[in-house]
Write a protein that binds this ligand. Structure first.
Ligand code: SF4
Length: 281
């Protein structure tokens, strides 16, 4: 059955509420200014028409800080795969430990809801006693460290992978968004981490990242779905409107097979179809 895709391009469809008790981050990802930080720019401090103060300078500046009153906010119930995204406009790596502890205590208290929290320095999760109703996540946009220069001040993707493996928690998730060029080691990383779900999507804001072609991403998704069916693959924004939506065209003489194979690396799907061909011949 075709997978339901989030065409709106913003946010996880599973995220029903963003609960920003902690806001701010210093990782300076190149694509953040157009997304999370832009949302926070709406918090420009000023006086509203009723003469009341509004906005928050630290939100506006994306400076890590704590909104303690939001701990008492009424939060919706979650169902199925839904979650409340805790601290979505921040990275908890920059938060004071005491702030995070308070957020985690609240999550523990609201045990009939599911929460989600992510960090691009996932080893920081090891500082905390994580509640059972919390899904933790990290973003791995690519597995190619060399490509990552200038994209973000966050730990390199390979560090995130290794560090996330170190964190012991039964509920993990990986976000491959905005997706960048990758090779099939990424598939093996995901298999090893064994998250309950993987979110995959292109850069909705078109910030000029090196993006893989659509068919490559589709092949990757096929592999994950076929060879790691225990992992739920959730599509976010996919580039359906480009010319590059089709499957790779293999010439009848197979002369471009090598090129496709090079990209695919050790794709399990390619490997199994090759095996079948070898058995026949
Ligand atoms: S880690 Fe997240 S919040 Fe921090 S700069 Fe990057 S995208 Fe923005």
């Amino acid at each position: 059955m075709p997978k339901k895709e989030n065409k709106s391009g913003n946010m996880y469809t599973d995220s029903i509420y963003q609960w920003n008790v902690i806001v701010g981050c210093h990782f300076q990802c190149s694509y953040c200014e157009a997304s999370f930080q832009r949302q926070m720019k709406r918090q420009k401090p000023g006086i509203d028409k009723n003469g009341k103060k509004r906005g928050c300078q630290k939100c506006y500046d994306y400076e890590p800080h704590f909104h303690s009153k939001r701990l008492e906010q009424r939060l919706p119930l979650t169902h199925g795969d839904e979650f409340i995204w805790a601290c979505s406009s921040s990275d908890i790596y920059f938060a004071e430990r005491e702030w995070v502890e308070q957020v985690l205590d609240k999550i523990r208290e609201l045990s009939n809801r599911t929460f989600f929290m992510q960090s691009k320095n996932p080893i920081c999760f090891n500082l905390y006693d994580l509640p059972e109703n919390l899904i933790i996540g990290t973003t791995i946009e690519t597995n190619l460290n060399t490509l990552y220069e200038g994209i973000s001040k966050a730990p390199l993707p390979s560090w995130r992978y290794k560090d996330f493996l170190e964190v012991e928690h039964p509920r993990k998730s990986i976000t491959i968004e905005p997706i960048m060029y990758f090779n099939w080691d990424l598939y093996h990383w995901i298999k090893k981490i064994n998250p309950e779900r993987v979110y995959i999507g292109y850069d909705t804001k078109n910030t000029g990242l090196p993006e893989p072609r659509v068919y490559q991403v589709k092949m990757f998704i096929q592999d994950l779905e076929k060879f790691a069916p225990e992992i739920k693959v959730k599509l976010k924004y996919m580039k359906e409107k480009t010319k590059d939506t089709g499957e790779p065209k293999i010439r009848s003489d197979g002369s471009n097979q090598r090129l496709i194979g090079e990209f695919a690396g050790d794709s399990p799907l390619i490997a199994s179809s090759q095996k079948k061909k070898d058995e026949v011949s």
